[in-house]
Design a protein around this ligand. Sequence first.
Ligand SMILES: [Mg+2]
Length: 349
Amino acid sequence: MKITSLQAFYPKYQHVVPSWRTHFWQIVVRVDTDSGISGYGLGGGGVAALEVVNRDFSELLVDREVESIEDISEIWDDLYFHSIPYGRKGLAIMAISGVDLALWDLVGKAENVPVHSLIGSRKKSDVRAYATGIDSEWYSESGYTAHKFPHRWESESDYDSAVARAETARKAMGPNSLLMIDTYMTWNSDVTKNMSCNLEEYEIYWFEDVLTPDDLEGQSKLREIVKPILISGGEHEFTHYGFREIARSEALDLWQPDITWCGGITAGLKIIDLAEREGIPVVPHRGGEVWGLHLIVSSSCENLAEILPGTKESIQDDLWFGEPQAKEGLISPTDEPGFGVTINERLMP
Ligand SMILES: [Mg+2]
């Protein structure tokens, strides 16, 4: 197949998840070929990333042949190398992620197989889903057995707010559920140490993003201190080159690459390889979306996929049709070709 066009779009979002973060700035990438088959992927970086794809990457990829995942890997290396002066991390890699995922979708559709089969043999049927957000009771009612809630540090009174929040979540979810906390880089080392004592009885599985991704040393020191709580992170790190530094500094107990930001499936597979060699568990950020879910079922990732259900009353945009939904706390990708989803054209500009 020869690529005839590569285009990125910023969807006309109407509703955003009422949660701890208002927007992800996700973009849609479409690759068309002379075979008549098109692939779709999701990337990050908002309208700035559209420029990267539409004005820069498309010049490199139009007329290029793509038949296999080896071809995708070569394209990944070329886009990475080409964008080094302005890339390496952040939105250039978020743009590459969208292109990479569109190419995996394309090859899957061309071979009439799901992406999880392209990756390898399936190792998990259903994946345990964990609900991230604020509506603990509704998640429990919906059958989730794992839940992550946000907590922000603003003042000393937030020691109490963390305990109150953990109390609510543990009560709603029950004693056997997994509970995690995402601090979105608002705690510091002292707060993290104190929280590990204050929250002991709630048996928190991991503390996520307690420091900024640049403070690898600080996070590394915390690992021993907060045990058995895990120090997790990685949604703000990019590519296997970035995760190599996390490995070297032994900064994290658990890695959370975002497959639509870190460089797509191609980079995700290399990150998982590295993690396996280091003995580190991987739980992709937003892994309940098809982009991460296909990777989870056919790799050594943990059996855990993040979902952002919002709240009971909330309305969410359906950007994709055919997205698998969590049922009784479990989620599974379909065997439809590619990622098995189609774009909602109503949200396309
Ligand atoms: Mg997070």
